[in-house]
Structure formats: structure tokens, C-alpha cells
Design a protein around this ligand. Structure first.
Ligand code: ADP
Ligand code: MG
Length: 204
């Protein structure tokens, strides 16, 4: 299969400091692992505030998208957002996010496989734990909301980061990992997921 086959799609996951402190690293890895995706890189580090800011601003649209998502979420609940200007909202979020992610160790990983970006987002759940679906990591293992994090002047604590698109994933992986830190290997489970004929299970 060529390198452009969908089984080569990759995405970045970062277990944030609250995920480590809540002893959820194993549970989080288990959920992605059991989906059938392949872990191709993993490491623990304490990122600097500058590194975190660069990570979130790799996508020039991130400020606008995240600000608009926050405003929409407030309005959906019949509440007034802290500002009507998406960029004013993300200026504060970014400041709080750099603090949040540089406070302690995080575990960064790269998962590979068919639809890796979409599958990982589905397993991770929506950004705000108050409204993330049950059955997702953010919906099952933590509690937080935009409202309370805004009152407290901090970022929403939602245990993990997961890339939002294939393009974002490619940029983020390059930001977090050097080429030699990602391993190209065969995983026996892949035969079941990608093999076209599914021959060889029964003894001849
Ligand atoms: P996601 O992590 O789901 O891709 P975003 O990229 O929009 O979400 O935002 C990045 C991170 O910023 C979120 O995971 C969360 O920790 C924090 N965040 C986003 N929106 C807000 C908000 N309105 N208030 C506080 N923190 C926020
Ligand atoms: Mg995002």
C-alpha cells in the first residue's frame, strides 16, 4: 500500500497536565489504542509557554474559530458571552492556555491509521466537558465549562489536546516531534483492519 493510503493518516494527541495529575494516562492511551489506531510516537516533556503559543497559532484561523465557537456555545445556553469579539476572547484564552500547558509534564503522542484525525476527535469529545458527549474522554473523566473557567480566569481543563484537521495535524506533529522520533513499523492488528481479502484466518 502506498504512503498516500488513508491508513497513513496521522494525528497529534497531548495529554495535558490535568490528565497526568488525574492519573489518566493509561486510560486515555487505552481508548485510542483499542480503536485500532497505531501509536507511532510518544514522549513526556514540560513545554515552555512560547512552545505552547506557537502550537496554538500554527493555524492562522485558530483565533477566529475558537472565539466564534465560544460565543456560539454561550448563546446556545442562553447566556451572554464575555465579549462579542471572537479575537478579544481568544487573546485571553491563549494567555491562559500557555499557563495551563506549561505548568507540568504532558505526554505527547502520534496516532496513525485510517481517518486518524476524525476518529481521535470522536474518542476525545467536544472541547467543553459540560457538553462533551458521554463515552468520550472529555465527557467521561472530567468536569469544567467555559463559564466557570472564564470566571476563574483560566483555560478550560479538558485533559487532552487532539488535532482538529489533517492539515493542523501535519503542522503540529512537525512542531512536537523530530523525524527520527516517529517509528515506521508493522502492527499485526492492521492485517484485520486493512487487508482486502481477509484470507489466512482459517487453516487450509
Ligand atoms: P480543542 O482542544 O477541542 O481543539 P480549541 O482548539 O478551540 O479546542 O481550543 C484549545 C483549548 O483552549 C481547549 O482545549 C481548551 O483547553 C481551551 N479553550 C477553548 N475555548 C475556551 C474558552 N472559551 N475558555 C477557556 N478555555 C478555552
Ligand atoms: Mg483545537
Amino acid at each position: 500500500m502506498s504512503d498516500t493510503h488513508p491508513k497513513h493518516e496521522r494525528t497529534l494527541v497531548v495529554v495535558k497536565p490535568d490528565g497526568i495529575q488525574r492519573s489518566l494516562v493509561g486510560e486515555i492511551i487505552k481508548r485510542y489504542e483499542q480503536s485500532g489506531l497505531k501509536l507511532v510516537g510518544v514522549k513526556m516533556l514540560v513545554p515552555t509557554a512560547d512552545f505552547v503559543e506557537q502550537h496554538y497559532t500554527l493555524d492562522p484561523e485558530w483565533r477566529m474559530k475558537t472565539g466564534m465557537k465560544t460565543i456560539e456555545s454561550y448563546k446556545k445556553k442562553g447566556k451572554q458571552p464575555p465579549s462579542e469579539d471572537p479575537l478579544a476572547i481568544t487573546a485571553i484564552i491563549l494567555r491562559n492556555l500557555t499557563k495551563y500547558l506549561s505548568r507540568g509534564p504532558v505526554v505527547a503522542m502520534v496516532w496513525q491509521g485510517m481517518h486518524a484525525v476524525g476518529i481521535v476527535r470522536k474518542i476525545t469529545g467536544g472541547t467543553e466537558p459540560l457538553t462533551s458527549d458521554m463515552g468520550t474522554i472529555r465527557g467521561d473523566y472530567t468536569i469544567d465549562s467555559y463559564e466557570v473557567s472564564d470566571v476563574d480566569g483560566r483555560a478550560v481543563r479538558n485533559l487532552v489536546h487532539a488535532s482538529g484537521s489533517v492539515d493542523e495535524a501535519e503542522k503540529e506533529i512537525t512542531h512536537w516531534f523530530k523525524e527520527g522520533e516517529l517509528i515506521d513499523y508493522r502492527l499485526i492488528n492492521e492485517a484485520m483492519i486493512y487487508d482486502k481479502e481477509l484470507e489466512g484466518i482459517l487453516r487450509a
